[in-house]
Design a protein around this ligand. Structure first.
Ligand code: MN
Ligand code: MN
Length: 299
């Protein structure tokens, strides 16, 4: 992963940092807007528009606003009127500059009752970041995250992981576990990874929910149905980056999406829910591994 042309290294890393700086600002402005009674759709659209205004080339994926026992992959549908309640909200943002991605999440506790849970994911992320340098095994990261979250009285969500990041590829190898595993992968200087501990008071794993608003083109091949063909054309600018259904204007959208999914061209990301119905908190940063530590791009 992150195999870069040595001549381009500085230029490429500057793009990762630019994406990270924009993300940090958008994240902080979005957080200030998240209040009980505020439209989720408006916050998601704000994040995506602001990302462009601040000079990014686009979102690396739709703004995720997952509430309570939803861990990830929730985003409003077109025109959705749902407002935030006293929810525990995971705000997960992706920004790309020339395909170089920043991925970061915070949990905003609008209930005022889950501060300890949120803290557990934050402390686990900081502890994990502290272990990263050239030569760190991802198994060490998983162990630190598990131990930290358990010591604070919660469980890590074991079947969600952090990940490597490549150009136009938000999820690349290696996976970065949130629990103790047997064999991990060794990280090297220049690797770009996202670490994202999830803490819960539930079962410690997620299952697919019934709603899906986020999709991704995973391979291209010819399609015959006009609606599917039109949609595939509309999706070209996103390349291999995930997109939201609400971004699409093609008519017969559900039908077209289903055809592309059946053909193996589009992959769907259903909302992920805590298996025991537990509350979930997530905190995430993107970082670049260095010889003696790492540089967080999304501080
Ligand atoms: Mn994320
Ligand atoms: Mn991520």
């Amino acid at each position: 992963m992150a195999k870069v042309n040595p001549d381009k290294t500085e230029e490429i890393f500057e793009k990762y940092f630019k994406a990270g700086r924009i993300l940090s600002q958008v994240r902080s402005e979005a957080k200030d807007r998240m209040k009980v009674g505020v439209s989720m759709f408006e916050v998601a659209e704000f994040v995506e528009k602001r990302t462009l205004e601040l000079g990014a080339d686009g979102s690396a994926f739709p703004c995720n606003l997952s509430r309570n026992d939803e861990a990830a992959h929730a985003t409003p549908y077109a025109g959705e009127e749902t407002v935030f309640g006293e929810d525990v909200v995971k705000l997960d943002i992706g920004v790309q500059v020339d395909g170089y991605i920043a991925d970061s999440a915070i949990t905003v506790d609008l209930s005022g009752e889950y501060g300890d849970l949120v803290k557990a994911s934050e402390v686990a992320l900081n502890a994990a970041i502290g272990t990263v340098k050239d030569g760190t095994n991802t198994a060490e990261i998983g162990a630190v995250i598990e131990d930290t979250i358990i010591a604070l009285g919660f469980k890590p969500v074991g079947n969600l992981t952090g990940h490597g990041i490549d150009r136009y590829t938000p999820h690349a190898p290696p996976s970065v576990p949130n629990r103790r595993i047997g064999n991990g992968s060794v990280l090297h200087t220049g690797d770009v990874i996202a670490i994202e501990p999830f803490a819960t008071d539930g079962a410690g794993r997620v299952v697919d929910g019934s709603l899906t608003e986020i999709f991704q083109v995973v391979r291209s091949k010819p399609v015959r149905l006009p609606a599917a063909r039109k949609l595939l054309k509309e999706l070209e600018p996103y390349r291999t980056l995930p997109f939201a259904k609400r971004w699409c204007k093609t008519e017969q959208l559900d039908f077209a999406l289903l055809q592309l999914e059946k053909a193996g061209i589009v992959h769907s990301y259903p909302v992920l829910k805590e298996a025991g119905g537990g509350m979930v908190a997530q905190t995430e940063h993107t970082l670049i591994v260095t010889d003696d530590g790492c540089q967080v791009t999304t501080k």
